[in-house]
Design a binder for this molecule. Structure first.
Ligand SMILES: NC(=O)c1ccc[n+]([C@@H]2O[C@H](COP(=O)([O-])OP(=O)(O)OC[C@H]3O[C@@H](n4cnc5c(N)ncnc54)[C@H](O)[C@@H]3O)[C@@H](O)[C@H]2O)c1
Length: 376
């Protein structure tokens, strides 16, 4: 079997995901990388060999003979670089969020259809073993018919990751309800098998606007450090911050399911907690690591019970990023690039996550006015 020839646009940061696709002689090899940062290109040469084609211009990379490309650059570049990649008719792994506007997503969907190109969007949470188990339990009716879903997203590293660089500005990310929320919204849609139809949201910027800023002339960069605590003592933040650091969304979903999504960027600990309530029980994950328990309550009791009637766990995760999800999602993408077929994450669902995040952001910035979410 000939190796798939792969390019990476946005080699540093999240682009390291493509390292799972570099298996010379075993089906795929990274032959080209693009990044505007020379250090990322240097790292690319280290990971993919000194012969790898390295460029600052994605157009040069796309001019090469490639079978597939990873687009792992910042969100605001996904539409332009994704459309240019699809234009080549090759398979595209596009990072989430698919784009920062609904129009941008629809343009990508249209281009993929027009060029018959294989488009895949990197919603890797669908590949985490703990959430696969939750999905399996829901689908086999373990809590009856799902009527309610809540997600609480605690982000301890919010100040490290989202308020120091491009993430902090609406023009680059739309807002964190989309940038970060796209993952959770997609999970809420996936777990319930239902899309949002109408949303109403509230939120504000209430903590990180009060922290120390870097100078305009200094380069912005994420700075992960668990010693960064408490939030109000932190500095080095973007000169311009116009995204919210907390938000709350209420969703009216298809089939009468009601959802709510809460996101906070200044918590001491981190977790994505999903609670699903059905006609025969309630389910909730406590912690989101591969070994975290999923509690399932299916007996009536008129007081709070911390421990569920049943405890489930995901299968043991492989090594690799994001609870073992990253190697698995890359493997599925390579299979899809070669043979096509069905995938766990889909571009249509990715577009619905963006549409819901965008309309929720619009609602949040319009005093909570309910907004319709346009269907694909
Ligand atoms: N699925 C996940 O779990 C996950 C995790 C982290 C990030 N992401 C997504 O990955 C993407 C990248 O995020 P990040 O945190 O790595 O961002 P980043 O700012 O570190 O950028 C990634 C790389 O793209 C490069 N880049 C910037 N502009 C470019 C351009 N014009 N052309 C080519 N390369 C360019 C940067 O130099 C960097 O090396 C985002 O869309 C983000 O939402 C997804």
């Amino acid at each position: 079997m000939k190796d798939l020839r792969i390019g990476v646009i946005g080699t540093g940061g999240r682009g390291q995901l493509a390292r799972h696709a570099h298996k010379p002689g075993q089906g795929s090899r990274v032959v080209a990388c693009c990044d505007v940062n020379p250090k990322a290109l240097e790292a690319g040469r280290e990971w993919y060999g000194k012969d790898v084609f390295a460029t600052r211009k994605y157009q040069d990379l796309l001019a090469m003979d490639l079978d597939a490309v990873f687009v792992t650059s910042p969100d605001f570049l996904h539409e332009e670089q994704g459309v240019a990649s699809l234009e080549r008719g090759i398979a595209v792994y596009l990072e989430k969020p698919m784009a920062i506007t609904i129009k941008g997503c629809d343009r990508l969907l249209r281009k993929a259809k027009e060029r018959k190109a294989r488009l895949f969007v990197g919603h890797n949470m669908r590949y985490m073993t703990i959430f696969r188990k939750m999905k399996e339990l829901v689908d086999k009716g373990a809590i009856g018919e799902v009527r309610t879903i809540w997600c609480r997203h605690f982000v301890s590293y919010g100040g490290d990751a989202y308020f120091r660089d491009w993430h902090s500005e609406r023009r680059y990310s739309t807002g964190l309800l989309l940038q970060k929320g796209a993952h959770d919204i997609d999970m809420m849609h996936w777990l319930t098998g239902s899309y949002s139809k109408r949303v109403s949201a509230f939120g504000n910027l209430s903590v990180y606007n009060r922290c120390g800023r870097r100078k305009e002339s200094e380069l912005g960069n994420a700075m992960f450090n668990s010693a960064h605590w408490p939030p109000l003592k932190q500095k080095g933040f973007s000169p311009k911050i116009d995204v919210e650091d907390q938000s709350a969304v209420i969703m009216e979903m298809e089939n009468g399911i009601v959802g709510s999504y809460l996101q906070c960027h200044f918590t001491p600990d981190s977790c994505r907690n999903y609670t699903l309530i059905g006609t025969e029980g309630r389910m909730e994950n406590l912690g989101d690591g591969p070994d975290s328990p999923i509690f399932l309550w299916n007996q009536r009791a008129d007081h709070y019970r911390i421990i569920g009637d049943e405890v489930h766990r995901g299968d043991k995760a492989d090594d690799g990023g994001h609870g073992g999800a990253d190697p698995v999602i890359v493997k599925e993408f390579l299979q899809f690039a070669r043979h096509g077929g069905k995938t766990t994450a889909t571009p249509e669902a990715a577009r619905m996550a963006v549409a819901t995040g965008c309309q929720a952001t619009l609602s949040l910035r319009s005093g909570g006015t309910p907004m319709k979410v346009p269907a694909v």
